[in-house]
Design a protein around this ligand. Sequence first.
Ligand code: NAD
Length: 284
Amino acid sequence: MKTEMKKTARLLKGKEIAEDLIGGLSRPIEGIRKSGAPLCLAMLQAGAPRDVVLYAKSLGALLNRLHVEQISRVFPEGVSEETLLDEIEALNADENVTGIMVFSPLPASLNAVSVLNAIHFLKDVEGRRVQRGVNGRILSPTASAVLALIEKTGCEIAGKEAVVIGHSDLVGKPAAILLLDRMATVTVCHLGTRSLREHVSRADIVVAAAGKACLVKGDWIKEGAIVIDVGENHVAGELVGDVEFEAACERASFISPVPGGVGPLTNVMLVRNLLRLHELQRAT
Ligand code: NAD
């Protein structure tokens, strides 16, 4: 009797790509440090949601490893908008600060748009403002990580049907724009989308960034699709993505795991942005 081999997707391990990129970043960062004006990232945190605390820890570890200076300002959840805006203004004016990031989500009592827009565009390390008139855009680190993983497959993006689930300014929208720029036909799904399954099942590339554990069922995935799982959800003490991983592996050609896929690469892309800001600040 013939036993059928279970098909399984190739894993897109962001961690491995991240290690390669870190190797390439060390030398320019060291050069800048020796020149006497080291890279410095200022990080603002309001409250201490679990995801933010974990993210701040992993980013801090990468910055330490690369000898990038860091300023960490942790405010209580009830911090006023005025206090945050004053802090951002001071960091904008501080010549020693290369980039500023504000951890999301901010407490609901604050107006996130006005806080994020207070960051000077030449210090906006997550590319959260639309920039005009500067030499090059700063891209969302998470969207850059998504694209790097898709490019790692070696598959052509142009002409493909891509479905992005999630339309946040930080992940979904910039990921969709990067795919559009590479001539994919892009559908962006969100909470208002009627039949998510239908959209996903015709996608050659699926980017799941909804923050809902196992929202995307494995049997929705088109045979041979590339699946990038951005979601980070804590379920029974474990970190899981937005895609039903095991079942999706049986249909996808490539899939990024959670953890170990998009996450580790995002931090490296953020440090790349910091280097780019350093260049732009010196060119203006
Ligand atoms: P967000 O809450 O700002 O946006 C979520 C998006 O998903 C919205 O557009 C919403 O409409 C959509 N959505 C929610 N439920 C849906 C559903 N049932 N069907 C269709 N669409 C739905 O979140 P975000 O900041 O964009 O983050 C999304 C996920 O990605 C989270 O799990 C977050 O932790 C993770 N994340 C990971 C990284 C990383 O580097 N790995 C970075 C940023 C965010």
